[in-house]
Design a protein around this ligand. Sequence first.
Ligand SMILES: [Zn+2]
Length: 456
Amino acid sequence: MVMKYAKLRTQTAKVNIKNKPPFSCQSCETGYTFSDMKSKKTNLLLKFTAITLFVLIAAQLLSACSVVQSFMPTETPISTATPLPTATAQPTATPTPTEVPFFLDAAVMPLNQQAPILLYHRFIPDGETKNAITFTHLSEFRSDLQKLYDSGFSLVSLQSWMDGNYSVSPGRKPLIITLDDFWFADQIYINDDGTPSLYSGIGVLWQFSQEHPDFGFSAAGFSNMGDKYYGDRQIGDRFYYGENLDAMQIKLGQTIAWAIENGVEPYNHLYTHPLLPVTEDKDILFQVEENDRITRYRLTQAGREDLIPRLGNMIALPFGEWPSTYKGVELLKNYKNQEGEPVEAIFEAYLFADKVLTPSVYSPVFDRYNLARLTASDIMIQWIMEQAPTLPAAQSCQLGPLQQDQAADPVVIQGLISNALQSGTCSEGVYHVGELIFIARDGDVVPYAPPLISTQ
Ligand SMILES: [Zn+2]
């Protein structure tokens, strides 16, 4: 189109030059004498020169015009072609992103949630005779996990349960697995390739979690650091003590490090598993402190003292028994570990027959010094499966609409949760929105803060 237009203008210019009558030669045919001719010749020459100059100037002006026009085609495509694509691209690019409403999905943990806290001890290969109720066959453990998973449970860490910042996917229910009398190799043994042995309980749990990612991987191990030898060798499906005590201790330190880094939380079951009702008060504190000290020392031996700050402070009473004196009880409740952290929980009972679920930290009946655990057995797993349909599951809540760049703005999200509660579209609970956590309770929405532990 542009080129055609330019050609047309050039042709018009040429036509104009041809039709100019003043520049024809008719004016020079008039007769004169020689003298006259001479002077007239001069005049004529001057006139002719003037006319020629005029013609030349006029031709120049016209040709200048046509020169400009002849350059037009090269200039016009550039000046007219460039704005066209941008002009047509603009309407398609701008409106789409801003017109799509943006929402955030929150996972909401109901405040009245309860969790089974299961307790296991030792694991033995299938076919081996159980000498005590505290032994679980590896296949039996796997079967328990399958039943619990199929009933809608997902694992949460004991620490997150106590802190009230645990979360499971909407539709799932929280479950905690604990192991006492840690660290036996049949409970946890790390292969040379860095994976837990499938002949250890934690290895079975690890494998199950790999196969069922929405089940999660988490456990808590309550240790007796003073009266157990850690089997640092695996031969077939059995574990054996090595002859070198240092090597054994380093292997244990490495195992503790693996546990901390992979979601198995080490806690305190006292140094030599004492029966506290008959333990003198002065020895109670030693039992608690020494267990913590050796745990830290084993990490140091393995070169992993960097993990010490990640150790928590919870106690499982050996045999589920409290000290017999008030002072002994207070010693435990007011115990602070080497990092100055107050004790966050004391697990009192092993329940074989009584069946009690543990309320969340947001429940008015929650008591951090009286937390039940359920000793795993066929009957107990069956009972938990029967309870599952009645237990509140995590919910989902859609928040918004909001601007996409406000997706991590705590003030905006806090307001959206309030709106969702007021409009009745979502319930109160603990809201997990990306990395942010809010507590919506009694009509208020506040940013999450860990519960305060009152110490004397
Ligand atoms: Zn024990």
